[in-house]
Design a binder for this molecule. Sequence first.
Ligand SMILES: Cc1cc2nc3c(=O)[nH]c(=O)nc-3n(C[C@H](O)[C@H](O)[C@H](O)COP(=O)(O)OP(=O)(O)OC[C@H]3O[C@@H](n4cnc5c(N)ncnc54)[C@H](O)[C@@H]3O)c2cc1C
Length: 387
Amino acid sequence: MNFGWTEQQQQIRDAVERVCAPFDADYWLRHDREGGFPGDFHQALAEAGWLGIAMPEAYGGAGLGISEAALMMHTIAATGAGLSGASAVHMNIFGLHPVVVFGNEAQKQRWLPPLIAGRDKACFGVTEPNTGLNTLKLKTRAVRQGDHYVVTGQKVWISTAQVANKILLLARTTPVEECRGTEGLSLFYTDLDRSTVEVREIEKMGRKAVDSNQVFIDGLRIPVEDRVGEEGQGFSYILHGLNPERILIAAEAVGLGRAALARGALYAQERVVFDRPIGMNQGIQHPLAKSWMELEAAHLMVHKAAWLYDQHQPCGAEANSAKYLAAEACYHACENAILTHGGMGYAKEYHVERYLREAWIPRLAPVSPQLILCFIAEKVLGLPKSY
Ligand SMILES: Cc1cc2nc3c(=O)[nH]c(=O)nc-3n(C[C@H](O)[C@H](O)[C@H](O)COP(=O)(O)OP(=O)(O)OC[C@H]3O[C@@H](n4cnc5c(N)ncnc54)[C@H](O)[C@@H]3O)c2cc1C
């Protein structure tokens, strides 16, 4: 067993840190206050070639694994860019994995190079307001009319839809009552045509830099060439991308938690009360030390899940556990960082309150902690399915 970074992985971390360096805490604070997509940050990563880290070399990517992609996303978040920075590129890194696996050659030639170069921005359209986590019950309909599908329906929480020109869309091509098993949903990657799609931003708790939206689709015409794989198999294609997505968000959560912990530890050294640094008190030290351990342990699970995925081994339990453990560890680290700062933890200029608001995202999405526990209970412990 080897827990160390390879030379190449260390180079990735150092190079990503260099790209992130000009985007300092004040840059992210400004974006958190005012909103507005961090386009210059996205562009800087694209120009340095990082958006294609896990994409095949044949289409302009680096052809590396989820381990390296997770390292990159961890590094972005840990620089203090947090979820604001990570979410700005998250979808580009592994979102189009179903296209890589199930798309035809012409589609990959058409779609992957502009995404890797940062010319295209994609959003991911799965969640709907009335079906929640029960994805097999999605209602958005795609009806075939000759060489097109016509799509009508509603999505919710779709991140980056304000700035994206493309959408990876899961929609129903067979009425639910005629479906067997996981069939009946189809996957499309297509232009986000704003003449038939209305995108309404949701005002939310944090990460104002990266929008999330209600999306109303009324007659979106999708050419048949924009369907990924077979009609009716979209759900199974999406499943292929779920584990890597969980690994990535887990890595981002560990990074965000470490950014918070670093600020907490620094403040504990510098702040003097009762004639000594507050960090001399065990009441301040211990929660920070505990957070360090929780983040380290979660990161080990991230590495394990990523390693299994890269070895083409099953990793559902590990990817879900990594997401769960990392999100909880991140949340506690942010909470402890605020407590360490005392009243100043509540002031925006100290950044940790922003981290805490962002820490809610990996807890809630892309799958809830409850559903992860249900999954482990059923798939690992053999208990009856509860949902
Ligand atoms: C900031 C943000 C960004 C997002 N970005 C995207 C995006 O880009 N694209 C996209 O498609 N989606 C996105 N999402 C949506 C996200 O994936 C969903 O919110 C998440 O999957 C939960 O679904 P839901 O909100 O519909 O919860 P619901 O399904 O309504 O569930 C509500 C609560 O009930 C619990 N629950 C439900 N059933 C059970 C059960 N049987 N047992 C125990 N507990 C249960 C859930 O765990 C949850 O806590 C985003 C969400 C957020 C907050």
